[in-house]
Design a protein around this ligand. Structure first.
Ligand SMILES: [Fe+2]
Ligand SMILES: [Fe+2]
Length: 290
């Protein structure tokens, strides 16, 4: 039997060229120049590259134990996709940093924090964290792909493209780290305990980062700005009960990421983003050198 729950899962590594499109992104890029949403998106982007490097290391650690060629192939796709996400988000973070966000500082802090964790925590617990965080990203990815309101909140086309492309690939590989965790003997108790910690840790961590980031932005102190922004943000689907419950569903014994079907979304966005009229900018095709 395959170590992958879905042997037909395709995890393609795509070359994209989003970086030049970030140049025209303004400081408060989110829909209608929304203050808090811009800071939330910047906070997420700031932790992605080093978080994704951590995911890659934790899965790679077990690569030799993956004897099933199907899962081994999916692992290669997972690594390739995460490396590409990290590269594009680093580019976006560089631009955000020039606009006044402290994204590069957060990148350094994330890198140090995760390296500290890896020195003190056994590899299986780190892999459990990756599997849990992959459920967090898959949940957010599903929301981004399903909700026109969330897509609209990205405001600028370059930001929307970055997050939609990332969302598509998070959905494509959503069960890979999970299947590796199972294949190398990771148990249910550690898996569930890890998610319980991460669910709160992630929400509090990002929340704190957003508050600090807002305090450092002059626009926050403009009369009425924060209040009107909060009125907009509190209606956003990512703060809904459903998202929290979806995260929590991981804590049920026997859970598997594929229990929640998202193949329809994957098909749809493969076509919308990378089909004949796809919206994602691609690098020029390489020509063979004679
Ligand atoms: Fe990613
Ligand atoms: Fe991922």
């Amino acid at each position: 039997m395959s170590q992958s729950r879905d042997p037909n899962r395709q995890v393609p590594v795509r070359r994209v060229a989003l970086e030049p499109t970030f140049e025209s992104v303004p400081r408060h890029f989110a829909a209608g120049g929304d203050l808090i949403t811009s800071h939330i998106i910047a906070a997420l982007s700031a932790v992605f590259p080093d978080g994704e490097d951590f995911f890659v290391r934790t899965v790679r650690h077990y690569r030799e134990q993956i004897t099933d060629p199907v899962l081994a192939d999916q692992v290669s796709g997972f690594i390739g996709q995460e490396v590409t996400h990290g590269r594009e988000h680093r580019g976006f973070n560089t631009h955000l940093d020039t606009l006044g966000y402290h994204t590069k500082f957060v990148e350094r802090l994330t890198k140090k924090g995760l390296a500290f964790r890896e020195r003190h925590v056994p590899p299986i617990a780190n892999l459990a964290s990756t599997a849990a965080l992959e459920h967090v990203t898959a949940t957010l990815a599903e929301l981004v792909m399903r909700s026109p309101q969330t897509q609209e909140s990205f405001g600028h086309e370059a930001v929307r493209n970055l997050f939609l492309w990332h969302a598509l690939e998070e959905s494509e590989h959503k069960a890979v780290a999970f299947d590796v965790y199972r294949a190398v003997g990771g148990g249910e108790r550690l898996r569930i305990f890890t998610m319980r910690m991460i669910r709160y840790g992630f929400a509090i961590g990002i929340g704190l980062q957003v508050v600090i980031s807002l305090l450092m932005d002059k626009a926050t102190y403009r009369p009425g700005k924060l209040r009107s922004s909060w009125r907009y943000v509190k209606k956003q689907p990512f703060l809904s009960r459903e998202v929290w419950e979806q995260l929590k569903s991981y804590e049920v014994r026997g859970f598997h990421p594929d229990d929640r079907p998202t193949n329809d979304l994957v098909e749809r966005y493969r076509e919308e983003l990378f089909g004949a009229n796809g919206s994602i900018p691609l690098p020029p095709a390489r020509t063979a050198v004679a």
